[in-house]
Design a binder for this molecule. Sequence first.
Ligand SMILES: [Zn+2]
Length: 298
Amino acid sequence: MNLKLNLLAVFVVFSFPVLVLAQPPTTGHKYSLNTTPYLAKSLAKSTDSNNLNIISTAKFILFHDTNQALSVIKGANIQDVAQVYLNNLEVSANEVEQIFKYSPKQKIVLRLMPRYKFVRDLKAPRWANALYHNHEIIIPLDNGSKNIVKNNTTLQNTLRHEYTHALISEIAGEKCPAWLDEGLAQMLESKQNNLLAPALKNWLATNSSNLSIQKLSTGFINIDQQTASIAYAKSLYATKYLVAKHGMAKVLIFLKSLKNNTNEELAFKSAFGITLEEFSLALDKSLAQWFNADSNSI
Ligand SMILES: [Zn+2]
């Protein structure tokens, strides 16, 4: 989940079927621009709370809200849950860093908070399992959270997705196009959401809305929840196609040149040797072939 206000970016992932069982077929969502200052303010307020427990490691700072969290996770010790999240984040971070060949220069915050607070104070969608915002990975806890610690795949999917956003944000200086940002985050999850391919297929069959990668570059802000699932599916397909054709090393060159303030079109042409328009046309051809081949996965 994200958006470009340049300094403020918010990313959300939700994976199935963890915290909310009856979720729509979407793996993430972008906040609208005007919710972001609210989120930033609310987070700043949370940091001042006296009820926070803090664990600091070489790479991460974990905050968890002691009072409320105790009442939302029945039968589980919040300290134990927090430690499981932190341990899994360390593992996920190492894996993602190896793929990107990059380690962040500053510590990333992992913030655990009760779900009601996540929805009420941060205006996060109820279905969201996590969000990334300005060097913070924020995860809501509820009564289902004690189950998540037993499901390593789901937990690591969420953490790998959000940590990828954190790395990209630093590498590209918050300037990565949304489709590539969400595409890479989904690609690095260890297990693909199996609702994405049907959503993409259905869209290709009906051609219901224009979701070119150019349209998906600034965020998934003004699209409804159903269309968001297609946006995430297309972002994943486009990113996999780009990496398969040109390799991860060129993707990294592209991201780094964005941070150096190179215009996106120029940076794309310079990294991949084709224009964004040419890539978009080739992508649509590849999508049509995928559709006709009747594949079950992206
Ligand atoms: Zn995301």
